[in-house]
Write a protein that binds this ligand. Structure first.
Ligand SMILES: [Zn+2]
Length: 452
């Protein structure tokens, strides 16, 4: 055992008591009856940050649930790390599927079982305990700030305004987040990319009322037929999106990262079997793992119009609708894409119909370059703690706060997450491996040692 491992072993009973004290507070942001628990949980975190060695830890108001802010500033010339986490959790239902009480943590089979054991109380606790180790051993060389919010599970509605208001307070060289997962316990990885999103509703109008398809069919354009034809033009035979200018800002994935993606163990046959398809599809020249993480995509999320009730009704409908979306990648601006799509979609409409495109929500993608010094420090931390160089992995989904940080604070985030698929976050029997908990603390300590 090295010094860090000995320290963790000696302090683990107290660590578990403190982590469990957080988990026992049912800080469920989605349920109004838990409103008082949000403040109780925030105050408990502030207490624990002070105990860990923060010079200051306060609970600050936001437009929604309170935000915990803490800091220890050691040297104005040193780097500053802002650690973001969230203290709210998902509801625990369905309760009958839990093997032990969701808010009464239990240790079984070397795992902590409870709501929040991983997401995100357990993972946030790793950050705080690593910080504590550095402070108590006189090893902290960088300034550390903490921001723990209480609304992540409901979409962080107040965080952007909070960041705007407290830009100076939140100023940092890098943001560190432990709220993502690794490919496997034996396959450590760091998330380096997240996709953005643009979403629209389209409405195609033909005749001024539903028509008799016997009297009018063949002579009047059917808006549903037209809409289907238009949608089919958005992606070509090579799986490329045809919207002019769509790829202008798309960042080509650097060679070393494509190399890493190629090394991710991936069984295409299992993947197909799991979703019940015979063949996969997508953009020519890219692998499945590239297509679903670092390339943009276009999908129809819903389509409707005409008669969809029981039996048959011969009708030529007046209108057709669809909800469509694009997953975007780094450097594609969702506002710009939103306009490009609207212009293009209207331009391909025949004169037989009128087309309306209504933009809905959107979000920017994110990429953390693997050349970023803080990324490399995280990589080193993982390598020491897990004994393997972590793979850089881009994820197909989005974490809106990460791009918000980049836009509002101008700061890059390193996603140093320790979860596993099997941790069942948001589900019954959420759990967190003690082995990974310990390695996580070690990895974060090594991150701080390596980042200068
Ligand atoms: Zn989370």
């Amino acid at each position: 055992m090295n010094e860090i491992q000995k320290y963790i072993a000696a302090n683990e009973p107290k660590m578990m008591d403190d982590l469990f004290s957080l988990i026992r507070i049912p800080s469920i942001s989605a349920k109004p009856e838990h409103q008082p628990d949000m403040m109780i949980c925030a105050e408990r975190w502030a207490e624990l940050l002070l105990e860990a060695g923060a010079d200051e830890a306060i609970v600050m108001p936001s437009e929604g649930n309170p935000v915990v802010y803490g800091q220890k500033l050691v040297d104005p010339a040193a780097k500053t790390i802002l650690i973001y986490a969230h203290y709210d959790v998902m509801p625990a239902e369905p309760l009958e599927l839990w093997k032990s009480q969701p808010f009464e943590p239990e240790i079984r089979d070397e795992h902590i079982w409870a709501r929040g054991a991983d997401d995100d109380k357990g993972q946030a606790f790793i950050q705080v305990k690593a910080f504590e180790y550095l402070v108590k051993n006189g090893l902290l060389k960088n300034n550390v700030k903490f921001i723990f919010e209480g609304e992540e599970e409901i979409g962080s509605p107040s965080l952007e305004a909070f960041c705007e208001k407290h830009k100076e307070l939140l100023k940092a060289d890098v943001i560190l987040v432990s709220d993502t997962s690794m490919l496997g316990a034996e396959l450590p990885s760091l998330t380096t990319g997240l996709r953005g999103l643009a979403y629209w509703e389209v409405e195609v109008t033909g005749p001024n009322r539903d028509l008799h398809s016997g009297h009018f069919g063949g002579a009047v354009a059917n808006p549903i037929n037209v809409l289907c034809g238009m949608i089919s033009q958005v992606v070509d035979a090579d799986g490329r999106i045809t919207i002019p200018g769509f790829y202008d800002d798309v960042e080509e994935v650097p060679g070393p990262e494509r190399e890493m993606i190629a090394h991710i163990p991936f069984n295409e046959a299992n993947y197909k079997a799991a979703i019940g398809v015979k063949q996969l599809a997508g953009e020519k020249g890219y692998s499945t793992l590239e297509r679903n993480s670092c390339r943009p995509s276009f999908d129809v999320c819903g389509i409707w119009g005409g008669y969809t009730g029981e039996g048959s009704k011969t009708v030529l409908p007046s209108k057709a609708f669809a909800k469509v979306s694009c997953r975007l990648v780094a450097h594609q601006d969702h506002h710009k894409i939103s306009k490009l799509f609207a212009d293009y979609f209207k331009s391909i409409a025949p004169d037989t119909v009128a087309v309306k495109v209504t933009p809905m929500h959107g979000g920017q993608g994110y990429v953390c370059p693997i050349t970023l010094p803080a990324y490399q420090a995280a990589e080193k931390g993982f390598e020491i703690a897990f004994g393997k160089k972590p793979l850089a992995v881009r994820r197909g989904g989005s974490i809106p706060i990460i791009s918000t940080f980049e836009q509002v604070l101008g700061t890059k985030t390193v996603l140093m997450g320790f979860g596993l698929e099997s941790d069942a976050i948001h589900s019954p029997n959420e759990n967190f491996s003690l082995d990974i908990f310990r390695k996580g603390i070690e990895a974060v300590i090594e991150f701080h040692q390596a980042y200068r």
